[in-house]
Design a protein around this ligand. Structure first.
Ligand code: NAI
Length: 380
């Protein structure tokens, strides 16, 4: 069977991490003899697309992605505060990639900021299209912001909003929240995970984050009632649904990580907690991620373009390599995924690692991006 995977090289370190990662993914798949062949087709986005077409996100790229079921991307640069909107956010919204899924686990051999990193084994499902990331923002002092502030004060009684305010809007819907939690529930049940935690800030933002919590419990009870239970009324053998306020969840992640398994979160909370958890296990440079719609699985390196080391053969290709493990799992080749994770672990144990990881591996020898990819490949 042939599976088409569209790929976007990405900006900054994108080209070099791709070059190192793709052979590893191919080799892991080949080693499994699963009868699947990947057909890679490049799509343009970011700097390369601007150079070749004048647009950072050409229509031809969007058209191909709309009909795709598998895609992968390197990091894309986003100017802060000015200029074009984030390409990543534009891709997520226009392709309706509503679930951002990030597994976080420890790789043996990495020094981490916590004493018991092995206790962390979580999968975060972050809602990806709503919340303050919807992109509805008005800069302070603009006619739009003043008009909106006046409307909120005069029509809706929001007297705290003065004319000088910059305003961002936080839309969250029942349908948007439920489809994310539903996906997390299906995953947790399929993988026989123990619990699903709804992470929210509903004590303060009652009608957005508080509603997310309630909609989460509702979808569990209404659609998975026979297979789930609540923390207050546990039933042996069933998936436990619980909730935590976001700030408390950060404490819990440090103090009692073993009590958490699958997390379902609104957009902003999920953004924060995914990076915090990845850092906790020393794996920020190794964290893979996938954004999913109902039809497309779009894998992405979770780090940025690392402009300071771009083109210097210093980047760590681990995130894209581990995206490959997620891709193989999705294709029903879990053996290939296990091979990749084991090879990464063995490479770390061998202590020849990229510069970023070398600070976390005692007695490490620093190797370049290409060599690190080759070492991982050789362990497959
Ligand atoms: P960054 O992730 O690019 O860099 C943060 C630090 O981590 C830097 O010290 C960098 O050298 C290092 N680093 C990152 N990835 C690495 C790798 N694979 N190997 C070794 N070291 C690595 O984050 P920053 O500097 O905030 O963002 C740079 C650009 O990337 C911005 O334009 C930002 O918008 C974009 N970005 C894109 C993302 C995406 O496409 N998913 C995600 C995050 C940022």
């Amino acid at each position: 069977m042939q599976k088409k995977v569209y790929w976007i090289e990405g900006d900054g370190i994108g080209p070099e991490i791709w070059k190192a990662a793709r052979p590893v993914i191919e080799a892991a798949l080949a080693a499994e003899n699963a009868g699947i062949r990947l057909e890679w087709e490049e799509l343009l986005a970011g700097d390369k697309a601007v150079r070749e077409t004048g647009s950072p996100l050409p229509e031809s790229t969007m058209q191909a992605l709309r009909g795709a079921d598998l895609a992968m991307k390197g990091p894309l640069g986003t100017p802060v505060g000015t200029g074009i909107r984030s390409l990543n956010v534009a891709l997520r919204q226009s392709l309706d990639l509503y679930a951002c899924i990030r597994p976080v686990r420890y790789f043996e051999g990495l020094e981490t900021p916590v004493k018991h990193p092995r206790r962390v084994d979580m999968v975060i499902f972050r809602e990806n299209t709503e919340d303050v990331y919807a992109g509805v923002e008005f800069a302070a002092g603009t006619p739009e912001a003043r008009r909106l502030a006046a409307f909120l004060r005069e029509e809706l009684g929001a007297s705290v909003i003065g004319d000088a305010a910059a305003i961002g809007i936080k839309p969250m819907t029942e349908a948007g929240s439920k489809r994310l939690v539903r996906r997390a529930l299906r995953f947790a049940l399929e993988q026989k995970r123990k619990s699903l935690t709804l992470v929210h800030k509903g004590n303060i933002m009652k009608f957005t984050e508080g509603a997310f919590r309630q909609w989460g419990y509702d979808v569990a009870a209404q659609e998975f009632g026979a297979e789930t239970c609540t923390e207050k009324e546990p039933v042996p053998g069933r998936l436990v649904i619980k909730d935590r306020i976001a700030d408390a969840m950060f404490q819990e992640a440090l103090l009692r990580p073993e009590q958490y398994d699958v997390l379902a979160t609104p957009n902003l909370n999920g953004d924060y907690i995914s990076d915090a958890l990845a850092a906790q296990v020393g794996g920020l440079g190794l964290a893979p991620g996938v954004n999913m719609s109902d039809t497309l699985a779009f894998y992405e390196a979770t780090h940025g373009t690392a402009p300071a080391i771009a083109g210097k053969d210093k980047a760590n290709p681990g995130s894209v390599i581990l995206c490959g493990a997620l891709l193989l799992e999705h294709l029903g080749v879990p053996g290939g995924a296990r091979r990749i994770r084991k090879a990464v672990e063995e490479a770390i144990a061998g202590k020849a690692v990229t510069e970023d990881l070398a600070t976390q591996v005692s007695g490490a020898r620093v190797v370049g991006c290409a060599e690190f990819g080759e070492i991982i490949g050789s362990r497959l």
